[in-house]
Design a protein around this ligand. Structure first.
Ligand code: HEC
Length: 129
């Protein structure tokens, strides 16, 4: 009897935490959608396809599984080396975004255009700053 009760409580606890974390992910993806609209969409476009020759498409599952590359690109932006050796700015640094906003952005773009939701750690972002 005792056993059955505690097993029931345990099952309830497990399913509660699964629901809570799905809700967390959903909240994160929603925050990511807003953050994308405010900070990325003007170049990469609302559908992530970008603009040919100017802004690359983000709809690439391999890119959207690469945590270090995504974190680094968002924090530090991108430059392109010119023929004369100087660096031309291509994508601005977006390091004013908080760790949570960056986590949310990566969750949103990977859910929308990758194979699965990619969740990064706040510590990984802090380390890359
Ligand atoms: C001012 C325009 C601009 C904005 C704003 C911008 N990007 Fe970019 N982004 C670019 C350009 C241009 C490149 C390509 C840089 C290069 O040539 O390497 C790029 C590259 C990238 C890449 C790498 C693509 C690859 O194939 O390696 C990722 C990922 C990315 N951007 C994500 C974002 C996210 C997320 C945001 C918003 C937080 C954002 N960008 C905001 C212009 C922009």
């Amino acid at each position: 009897m005792d056993f059955r009760i505690s097993a029931g409580v345990l099952c309830a606890a497990i399913s509660f935490s699964a629901v809570a974390s799905a809700q967390d992910t959903q909240n994160l993806v929603e925050l990511g959608a807003h953050t994308f609209a405010d900070n990325c969409q003007k170049c990469h476009q609302i559908d992530g396809y970008g603009e040919e020759a100017l802004y690359p498409s983000l709809r690439d599952p391999q890119l959207l599984a690469n945590k270090p590359l995504l974190i680094k690109t968002i924090l530090h932006g991108r430059t392109a080396q010119q023929a004369d050796g100087t660096e031309e700015p291509r994508m601005p640094s977006l390091d004013y975004l908080t760790n949570r906003e960056i986590t949310a952005l990566i969750a949103f773009i990977s859910k929308s255009w990758g194979n699965e939701v990619l969740l990064v750690n706040s510590e990984d972002i802090t380390q890359a700053r």
